[in-house]
Design a protein around this ligand. Sequence first.
Ligand SMILES: [Zn+2]
Length: 499
Amino acid sequence: MHVRSGKAQSICDDCGRYVARAARANMLPPKERGVELEEVDELRRVHKEFTHAEYQFARDHWVLAREHPRRCIADIIDAPTACRFHMPKANRRAQHVPKELDRESRWKSKVTGCWDSFTGLFLYVARTALGGGPNLVLTVLHHTLVAIAAKRGFLAELLFLHLDNTVGENKTDAVIGAAGWYVERRHFNRVIIFCCPVGHTFTDLDQSFSTLIRGLFGVAVYTMDMLLKVCARVMMHAKRRYNFQGIQELDGLYNWTAFVTEHMHPLGGYATGQQGSGMHLIIITRDAEGHARVKFSQSSQSSTFFPESGEGYRLFKWDKPPEGPPPLAGIKKDADWEKEAVIGTVRRWYHYFVFDSAEELQRAKNDWETRFSTVPSLPPWVELPVCCGDVPTRVPSVGTGCTFKTAAAAASFDLQAENPPVNPIISEERTHAMVRDELEVRHDAERTATGGSLPPVYRSDYIFVRLEASGPLELCQVPRSSMYVPMSSCLLMFTCFHS
Ligand SMILES: [Zn+2]
C-alpha cells in the first residue's frame, strides 16, 4: 500500500533521470544536443516498453481472474493520503464553522480500498489509533477474501496481489509470511505479490478515491456512522461503475506481523537491490511436503528467479502452520493520536451539528461518546475455504519485443528487467555475509577486467572527483540509488563530504 499525496504523482527514478538529462542537453552545442536527445529518446522508449510489459503482466492476471474465477483471484490494495478523513466535517458550501475549531485535530481515519477483479470494490475505514502498515493491508485482504468466499463459495488456485512498491507496508516479511500461511493452509496453491514501480502504478482505485472525495465535498458529515452511509451512497451512485461492494469500519486489526514473522526463517535483501528498487515479483508456492517456498525476481520480464534453481527458499520454521485468527494488533498510545484533544474538539463540534430533530442530534452525540470509550476488538474470524485444485500453470506474460538501437538502451533494459548479477536475497540458506562476499568478489573481478580504462564504481564506493577542470579533488560516496553497472557521468550523483 503506497500513501500518495493528493497532488502530482511521483515519477520513477528512471523517468526522473530522462527528464533531467533532456533538460541538460539543451545546454549543449546543437550537434551534440541532437545526439544526446536521440539517446535519451531511445532510453525513454525502451523504458516505456518495459513498464508497459509490466502493466501487461498484471493485466493478464486481472483478465484471467475475471474470466476464470476458480483459477485466479486478482486484488489491488491501495490507500492514498487524500482519503484520510477528518471527522466531523461541515458542508463547506452551506455552513460556517469557526476557524479556531477548524484548525483543531479531529477524529482521523484512513480509507483503504481493495479492488477485486471479479467481484468489485471493497472499502475499509480504520481509525488512526489502530495503526497501519502490513497489519492494515493484511486485515483488509483477509476481510475481502472472506467476503469473496461468502459470495461465491470458493476461492481460487492462485492469488495475485497487485501492490505499490513500498517497503514499509507491502514489501515486508509480514506480507510474504501471510501469503505463505495462506499457501500452507491450502487456501491457495500459489500467491504472486507483484509490486509496480513507483510512478507507474496505474489502477482504477485512484479514480474511485477521487469519486469519493468529490462526492463528500458538499456534504456535512458529523459522525462516523454518517460517513459510512454517505460514502456508500456516493459510490453506489457514481457515474462510473465500480461494482461497489460496501464500506466497512474496522474495529481492530489482526497482528499478522506477530502471527507469522516470529516463525519465519531469516529473509531479506528483496526490498532494495544492487540496482533499481529491489524485487518486484514475489512468488510463493508449496512444495511436496506442504511447506511454503518463496522465489523473487526483479520484474515480470526477468529471465531468472532467485534462487536460480530449486523450488525456492523455505519460509517457516514451524512444522505445521498455526490456526487463525492472528492476535489483535496493539493500539497506538493515547498521546500518539492526541486522544484528549480529539475528544475535546469533537465535543465542541456538537454546537455546530445541524439536524432536523433533537433526537437525531442526541443520537449523533451518543454515537461519538460510545466511540470514545470503545476499545479495539479482534475482528470476527471466518475460516476460508480450502483450494483443492492443482497448481495452475504459469500465466504467459507478454514479452516486450524490445529492439535496441544502442548498447546503452540494451543495458538500460537489462537493468530494469533482469535480476542483478549477484543474488541479494538473505534466507535460511544464504546469510548476509555470503551475499556481501559474493558481491565483493564480483566487483573485484569487474574492476580487474577493465584493465587500464576507467574502472566501474559501485554503491557505497568512495571516489575522488574533480567537478571542474581546474577545481579541487572532492571525496564522494556513490549513493544507494545509483546503478550497479559501470557508470557514465550522466548516471552518477554524488554525496560530497568536503570541498
Ligand atoms: Zn518511469
